[in-house]
Design a protein around this ligand. Structure first.
Ligand SMILES: [Cu+2]
Length: 177
């Protein structure tokens, strides 16, 4: 290649690259501002979008170490939400659990989150999803109620006041792990 031609090509290359950079820099700035504004308007707290319906906690006799809370989580928004943890003053440890059928034996296991689909429900019921109350600090008498605090994926929280009820254990009992 002749030196003159090479210099000319190099010149073209440099001018193309700088033009591209200049273009993308200016293109970025006006696009960012409206996006941030739209997000602030449409994003609602998960705790406001998800309602806990018909909550209850299983009554247990004194000396029983564990119990569970059940409810229907109803998501009225077009965004999926997740319960990522729960706490309660009546238990030392609170975990999110599900039941799985392991070769005919129903077993409970901890799960990292409970999904509440957009415009949908998550049903926590005996034999299925539940909030496990482990190492109870007190007797859970039917007729009283228990506060259960749910924490969602965005850090927002809901306190659910769950009445204590007598619940017949599901088939397979309460085998833990
Ligand atoms: Cu459990």
């Amino acid at each position: 290649m002749k030196p003159l031609l090479r210099a000319a090509l190099l010149g073209v290359l440099i001018s193309v690259t700088t033009a591209c950079q200049a273009e993308s820099e200016t293109a970025k700035k006006p696009a960012e501002a409206p996006q941030v504004q739209a997000a602030a308007v449409t994003v609602a707290k998960a705790a406001d979008a998800v309602k806990a319906e018909n909550p209850f906690v299983r009554a247990v006799p004194p000396g029983q170490p564990n119990s569970a809370a059940f409810m229907v989580l109803s998501n009225g928004s077009a965004v999926a939400h997740q319960v990522v943890s729960a706490t309660s003053p009546v238990a030392n440890t609170v975990e999110l659990h599900t039941h799985t059928n392991n070769n005919g034996v129903m077993e409970m296991r901890q799960i990292p989150q409970i999904d509440v689909p957009a415009n949908g429900k998550a049903e926590l019921a005996p034999g299925g999803l539940h909030i496990m109350l482990i190492e109870l600090r007190q007797e859970l008498k039917a007729g009283e109620s228990v506060a259960v605090t749910l924490t969602f994926e965005d850090g927002s929280t809901t306190v659910v006041d769950a009445p204590i009820k007598e619940v017949t254990p599901p088939m397979g009992g309460m085998k833990h792990h």
